[in-house]
Ligand binder design. Sequence first.
Ligand SMILES: [Zn+2]
Length: 79
Amino acid sequence: MKSVHGLCERCERPGYIVHHKKELAPNNINDPNITLNHDNLEYLCLDCHNAEHDFNREKKSATKKGYRFNDKGELVPTT
Ligand SMILES: [Zn+2]
C-alpha cells in the first residue's frame, strides 16, 4: 500500500479495495502466495473495482462461479 500512498492506482482517489488480478477461489483465498503477492494485487477505489469486475464479467469472471465479493471485498458464496 505504501507504494501508492493508499490511493487508487487508476484514478488516484482514496482507494480501499484490494483487487486480485488472479481469480480467487475457496482453495486459494487463504494462500498468501496468492492473496498477499503484490504482483497479483491492485489497490483500487470502489468505483474502479466495480468497473473492473463489470468489464471482465462477459469474458472472464474475476471470481469463481458461484462466488462474489461483498461490500467489504470478501469472497462469499452467491447463494
Ligand atoms: Zn479509482
